[in-house]
Each structure stands twice: as C-alpha cells, then as structure tokens.
Design a binder for this molecule. Sequence first.
Ligand SMILES: *Cc1c(COP(=O)(O)O)cnc(C)c1O
Length: 395
Amino acid sequence: MKSWVEVSERRLAGNYRLLRDAAGGDTAVLAVVKANAYGHGAAVCAPVLVRAGAEWLGVTDVAEGAAVQKALEVAGVARRERPGILVMSGLLREDAEEVVRLGLTPVVWLREQMEWLAEAAKRLGMGPVGVHVEIDTGMARQGVAVGVELEELVAWVRGESGIRVDGVMTHFASSEVAGSAQTVLQRRRFEEAIGVVQAADLRASWVHAGNSSTIDNEGVRNVAWLQGVAEIVGARSMVRTGIALYGYCLPIEGEGLSEVRQKLQPVMTWKTRVIGLREAEAGDTVGYNGIYCVPRAMRLALLPVGYADGVRRELSASNARAGGWAMVRGEKAPIVGRVSMNLTIVDVSGIEGVALGDEVVVLGDGVTAEDHARLAGTIAYEIVCGVRPAHRSGV
Ligand SMILES: *Cc1c(COP(=O)(O)O)cnc(C)c1O
C-alpha cells in the first residue's frame, strides 16, 4: 500500500475525555466528525468517540450522517448507546425525507427547511421532527438573525405541530481570540435570542455554542456563561469540539499554549514507504525545475506521496529555502526539490540502514500538522482534512 493513516484510538478517546473534563460539570461535549473526521476516517473515529462518552456527533450533511450511522452499526454500538447525530450545515428539500427516516437532527434556521421536514414526517407517517435552531449572532454564515426575523420564526414554529425545537445554538467567529470583543457581542445577542425562545415557551433540551477554542481559550468562563444561558430555558449546555479531538487547536492569539492544549495529543499517523533509493552526486539537480542542487554526495529516498495525496507543495525545498521533512527510522529526513503530484524526495544521507520498503512517517510524531501548516501558510485543520491515504484504520 502506497500510504495509509493509523488513528490512535487511545489518544482520540484521551483527547475526548480531556475536553469533557475541561468543560466540566454537566456540560456535554459534542464530537464533530465532519469531513471524514477531519481526514482521520469517520468510520474509525465515530465508534471510539461514542464509547468514550460522546452523546452527540456532528456532521455537515445527510450523506455524512448516514455514513456515520452505518459505521456505528457495523462497529456494534448498541442501539440504546447511539448518539444524536447533528447535521450542522444546511438542508436541501430533497434531503428532508432521509433526515426524518434516519432520525438525524438537523440544524435549521429557515422556515422553508422546517416546512420540508414537517411535510416529510407527514408523508412517512411520523411524529414531530426534532430540530436545533441556529441563531446568527455575528458569523453571518447560517442562522436566523436576532430580532424580527427570530420572533417571526418562533411565532411560526409554535403553530407548527410537525416541528419540535429540541435545541438552540450559535457559533462564535473569534473563539481563539483572548478577550474578543466580537465574542462579547455574540454572547449578548445569543442571550437576547434565548430570551425570545423562553418567552415563547419552546422548551429546548439543548443549548450549545462554540468549538474547540471555546474550551481551550478561557473555557471555565465560557462554560459558566453557557450553563447560565441554558438554565434560562431549563436546557443542558453543550460545546461542539472538532479539531481538539484530533490533537490540535489554534493558538490563543496573544498568549501561549493553554494547559488543555499542552495535553492534547495528535491522533493521526500518516505513513508511506520507501519506493526508491539513489546515490546523488554533488551538482545533480533534483525534481521539477531543478530547484535543489545537490551540494555533496547524498543518499535520496523516493516516497510515493505528493500533493495529490495531501503533501502540500509548499513543503518543497530549494537550496535557498528549507522545506518540510518526513520521519525515517525516527529521524528527520528533509524534503529536497519540488513535491510532485504523487512523489516526494527526501534526504536520508545521515540515517543508517534505510532500505527499500521501509515505513516512513509523513505526518505524526516528529512532524505535526502544525509543521506542515506553518510551511504551507495555513492552519492544521486544512492539513489533516487534506490527507488522502489509500486506507485508514484504528490502532
Ligand atoms: C466544525 C464545527 C465545529 C468544530 O470546530 P473546531 O474548531 O474544529 O472545534 C463546531 N461547530 C460547528 C457549527 C462546526 O461547523
């Protein structure tokens, strides 16, 4: 096999428990497994997270929700232990029936979405559809605006017997910024929205907000605030975490790594194998455009992964600019020349005994998604989501 991902189930469960403990008290922690569990494999991760105690899983759309449900079934997670599956990013008319049939919980914010769901339930002869209503408190992406729009929606839903509002939620735009004025504003708007829901006596069971950084950055204060807001409507509070489950989190702007962040452990090890070894002489140029000229005799190893597989092209190295590296026999092997579509060359000169077929770590201990992200000018999220191995499995 060209390349594969090994997911540490122990670390994944450990990260989940760490976040739940950091949230503390009765606040639930939803585990986001969208985008194929941030590139780790939702079929591998979902059962581990449920067994670690996740009451809710988050996905983007119905197809992901159906796949996760199937994976839990295959993994033998008992029906009564099945988590709620929150479909977080929109709903199209043609999805409504499957949402209802599978018992997924959609995040909604438009009257049309709820009409489609109620119609689907009626067609299927099923009771009211439980939904979570998203409030737009400043992200301006999805959600109903606080004010007239929310009041009209709430008034309508009160008269619609096919819909049950089980949750009210919002999303923060700047949760990794310490003392963010935007978060303060978003909180105020959310409190206002909860007031409207309370006045309408909608009886939601869940109130949730935020992401990994909401726990990482001033988590104690955020959770205390969230619990207070949830209490207004007699609901349980919840924080939705994604990236931190997988061992990463954005740095808190203007501060160091939090205590929680320091304890998180990367879950993914992406491995490949040596498919070629070559003795290069001083003056040889390596790869496309010869941007790297071999300065002295070197031993080069060829790896069958490139940018099509998720090794970012920004990890390329010329003589003027160092690039990324892989871990070969536990040591750093610097990338030389351009990363190509499906091939990358690393310098293994100083590493004893490298042989054809040796396993190589592209991403894992010794080379993190944050290292890749720094070189590629992006964030760890995009790196792990971009990994396209031939296979993913739990270890
Ligand atoms: C992806 C997502 C999250 C998780 O975000 P992280 O930063 O990965 O923790 C939380 N809530 C919503 C609505 C999301 O789409």
